[in-house]
Design a protein around this ligand. Sequence first.
Ligand SMILES: [Zn+2]
Length: 133
Amino acid sequence: MTTIHAPLNTKASAMLCPQCSSPSIQPQDTGGYNVLCGICGWRGVASELVSMPFYHEFGSDEGIATALMNDMRNVIAVHAGKPLGSFLLKWGFLKEPFDGADLGRYLGAIAKAILTAIIEENKKIAEEASRGK
Ligand SMILES: [Zn+2]
């Protein structure tokens, strides 16, 4: 399989916590602070955040999310589509002859759930690292 890489021609910047370098910054509107780090609990104002510029190939920030989801969907379809299809047939979620679109919907939902779990676990790992575990 050949992978074609697009040029990294879209400039973006990640705003990071100055204390733990996490990108999990949440807007706040209390006590003179307007940002909160969701990992280490640091509070401050947006101008104190560390800006880390980077380049990507996805055209926009939404493009990054779309590419991430498409990549996961592709991994699921290529590497687990057949056994997951057999599982869905075995347990009655699909019935023969099944519609490929229905299998695609299940694989998309599975990919979304896996990606959500990865992101949530990544946040837990970052929180533990910030506490020195
Ligand atoms: Zn932090």
